[in-house]
Each structure stands twice: as C-alpha cells, then as structure tokens.
Design a protein around this ligand. Sequence first.
Ligand code: 0RA
Length: 626
Amino acid sequence: MSKGYTAKDIQVLEGLDAVVKRPGMYVGDTGVRGLHHIVFEAIDNAVDEFLAGYAKQLKVVIHKDGSVTVEDDGRGIPVDEHPVLKTSALQIVLTKLHAGGKFDKKTYQVSGGLHGVGISVTNALSEWLKVEVRRDGKSYYQEYRLGKPLADVKPNGPASSTGTKITFMPRSSTFEDTNFQYEILDNRLKELAYLNKGISIDFIDERDGREISYHFEGGIKSYVEDINKNKEPLHDVIYFEKKENSIVIEIAMQYNAGYNERVFSFVNSINTVEHGTHYSGFSTALTRSVNDYLKKNKMDKMKVAGDDAKEGLTAIISVKIPEPQFEGQTKTKLGNSDVKGIVDSIVYEKLIGFLEENPAISRIIMGKCLGAAQAREAARKARELTRRKSALESGSLPGKLADCQERDPSKCEIFLVEGDSAAGTAIGGRDRKTQAILPLWGKMLNVEKARIDKVFGNDKLQPIILALGCGIGEDFDVSRLRYGRVVIMSDADIDGHHIATLLLTFFYRYMRNLIENGHVYIAMPPLYKVVKNKKVYYVYDDNEYRKLLEEIGKDGTVVQRYKGLGEMNSEQLWETTLDHENRYMKKVTIEDATIADQMFSILMGEEVEPRREFIMRYAKEAELDI
Ligand code: 0RA
C-alpha cells in the first residue's frame, strides 16, 4: 500500500469493490435490467440538474462500439478539491457510493429514489469511463479503467459553456449481455420528457443511425393525450398542479370510451408500479368528488365505487417529494403516509371545482361512472350465475387440457400452446409428470373491448381460467394456482406474437398478481437448426446464429429456419423448448406487460395509421432478421 493512502480512501475503494462483487444489490441484477440501470443512473443525475433549474438539454448516444454517452448542459460536476478527502469532488462523485447529493442538497432527486446510488455505480461497472466537465470557462477531463482513475482531473483547454459529459463501456465480466436496447432507453427517455415538462432530450443510436428528440411543453398532459390518442377520448385532458408543504402534485386525466383503468403514478419521475399513498389519495378524492357531484345534482341513483370511477380513465399522478420512502416487493410503492391526505384534499378541491365549472364534461363523466356501476352490478350477477353453474368453483377442468401427474403446484408447469397440431407435438414431447399442455385455438378475445361479464363466459379464455384454477379479477387468488409456471408458447411470427400479446394483456388485466409474482413465462423455441458433420446446433437468435457460422464455418452446413412450432417433431420440441436442461424461457415482468398493453392498444385500436406504422416497423425488424 502506498504512503499517501488514508483510511477514508480505502473505504472509498472498498465501496466500489462491493458493487463489483455484488452488482445485484446496486443495480437489481446482471441481466438486461441491471445493464440499463447503469445508464439510467447517469441520466437521472442529469435530470436532477434539470430539476434544480440549471440544465435544459440532455443528450444520450449509443455508440457503434457499444459504449454510451450521457451529456447535459448543467453547471458541471464540481472539480475543486474536497477539503477532507483531498481529491477532486468529481473523482469522489465517481468513486464513492451515494456521493452525488452530499455536495449540493437538492430537493427532489430522481437519483435519490429507487436504488439511487449515484454514477459511481456506473463507473464501478464500466470497463472504462471518460468524463468531461465544463465550468468556470474551462474544460476538465478524467478517465477511468475498471472504476480506478488513470490520472487526476486535468484542465483540458477553455470552454465557452457549462455541462457534464460521461461516456462509458459496460463491463463484460459483470453483465450477461452488454448490448444496450434502443427500445428500453427510448421508453425511459420519453417518459422522463413527459414527466419533466420543458426538458429537451436528444437520443441517438449510432449503431443504426436512429435519432429522436423529445420535448413536451404540456408535460403529463401530453402524456395522457398520447396514451389515449387511439382510444376515443371523451373530453379534453383535465390538468392541475399544486405545491403544498414542499410536495408538488401534478395530475392529468381523461376518460376514454373503453373500460380499462390506466392510472400511472410517479414519484420524482420514478414509476411507482405498486402505487402507494399518492395513488390512494387520488382514488379516494376521485370517488368522493364523483359521488358528491351526483348527489348535489340529484343524479345519485347508484353509489359509484372506486373502480367504477376509474373505468376508462387514463391518468398520470406525478408527485415530487423531498424524501420518498419506497416499499413493496419491488420497492415501487410510495410509503410516506402524509402524502395520502395532501393528495386527497388537493385533488378533491381541484376536481370538484372543475366539475362545477364544466357541466358538459361533468355530464359525460357522470354518465361514464354510472354506466360502470351498473355494469358492475350486471357482472356480479353474471358471476354468481357462473358460480352456481359450478364450473369456476368446483374445480372442473377443461376438456382439451392434457394435465400433468404431479399435484404440487410448485413442481408443475402449464404450456399454453397455439394451435392443435403444435399442441399435439407438445403433448407427445413433454414430461408428463410435471408438464401440462393446454391447446388454444381460434380467435382470442380482445379483453380491451370487453367487460368482465363477457370475459367470464368466453369460450377461449374460460379453459385457461379453469386450468389455472385461481379465478380472475376480484376473485383472483394466487394460492389456488395449479401450476408454478404458466408458459405461453406461440410461433415466432406476427400471428404468434399477437396471440402472446393478447394473452399477456388478459393476464395483465385480470390476473395481474400472476405476473407480479413471477409465474408467467414465454417459451423461446429455436429459430434455426444448424447441422454440420452430423453435429446438431439449435440457435435461438440471429446474433447467436451469426456467431456460430463464424465459429464453425459456412461450408458444409445445412441450415433449417423454423417458421413455426409445427415444423418440429416431439423429440425436437422436447430437446429445444421443453427440457429444463436445454431450453430458454423468458420470465415476464410487469414492465413487459405494460409494453404489451401499449402495443396491444396500437394493434387493436380503431386508428389505422399507428397500426400501419407499428406493423411496418415490425415488418422491418423481421426483414432485418433474415
Ligand atoms: C453537485 C453540485 C453541482 C453540480 C452537480 C452536483 C452536478 C451533478 C451532475 C451529474 C450529471 N450532471 C451533473 N451536473 C451537475 C453544482 C455546484 C455549483 O456549481 O455550485
């Protein structure tokens, strides 16, 4: 150990070593999520600089070599020497966990939120990182390898503007795959632009030349308009904003002609998937406003319940609070108890005011809520009828189900297989002790356009409901689930994708817990069979395919591209897709389901143009694959 080393420095180094040793603790996992988390960490810091009022512009670039740049035009991270640690502040921010906020107590930090450990984590998990800071008329530069500085921060010529630019290459020894996905970054950047009105975000993918810029003067109002644009909105977006006790509350809401609730809640730009106190406050205020308005106008022929008031409602609840507490399974549930009352009183005051001043819109909303309340009554009756008919309660199973022998759900899997012939192959190839096969056929119900009473009686969905055994909607009870894994198995083409999307949407709407508890999977059958010198290789994606052909050489190889499950025989299906030892499966997360929801709205929506765009884009990707 060299002399000048102080105890504090050692602690600093140990900090980053801990990140390298247990990356999951800091970025969630070492898969796709963790990989993108290190970019989000850098982006969130830049957004904080925007929230503090100093940055306007954020730029994110994925480079050809796979590295990423995040750049902002804020004040620039301070570079002066820290009085105690005797190193530049910049180096501390990049090498010490949680260091960012220590220099400048900002009120609402995106980065202070969910994992919120700062860009030191990005540095720790990078092969290399280069940082350029422009402030006080100068440019400064520093470079790192595996989290360690190559030299001190050095002045690097004059600068006429201010800002921070960080470029880094994710560590290949940490992450299973270091390929950044355009869609994941694009979704988050777009979301941030909606949630932080006025910010300008440029996103460039130099690997294929894609470029996009986001800037929404309307903020979350534009977000709601965008979500509802293919869903027959019933009125203009209702928007309000208020600051109280250092809490900023912003609400945008709009009913559409559909039946689904799309209320998304955010705290400091973090999507609180499990909601929490801000959402509870909003819900109670909404229900109370509607019932009070009905009563005052003598329209209260039925009591409107919380779910009724949210039928067909698209809303964004965005709160910014100084010290959020996150709870819940995925730490995405806001716990701060005082927030509930504050949101409740503000939403009630603003909403009742709006309703009284806008009688025409109020009439539409009241009609919508009363319609939902009546439908709920009808659904309750339909459900009772179905129950009496015993199917859902008595545990009878669908005729087409090829069940497994094992009775312990944790050991059982059910494959939902598109098409009778593929299902036949799967029945022949499965492990009949633990794997059940349920064939699906014909046109799957579009649950977007049906109320729960239709879903109960539907002949395509009922077999699934019966086989899983855990009910749907309000009756859903995950403890009755008959299989630990529910696996969607469909062809890798547009139709197959569509069916998977329909099923995911059904699970998302009516058995959300199934997804949240990690029971839903997507089978990944191989795309190619490659044979060379009698050796057989199954290949699951195009990258892998290209890699293999380098490796084994093109000459004398025979390649079969699988277009559907039907092209495999039972043994092949077992070997490639069903066998625990060899198969790939994708676990569906709640984010996947949300994306499916968006895709589904586009695919099934009334508007032709977005559907055409989507299919064209999809077709283009399919083409690239070949
Ligand atoms: C602490 C203090 C100051 C700026 C920042 C942090 C800062 C951090 C990041 C991270 C990405 N971009 C950033 N921009 C700024 C400013 C202190 C001052 O100038 O008074």
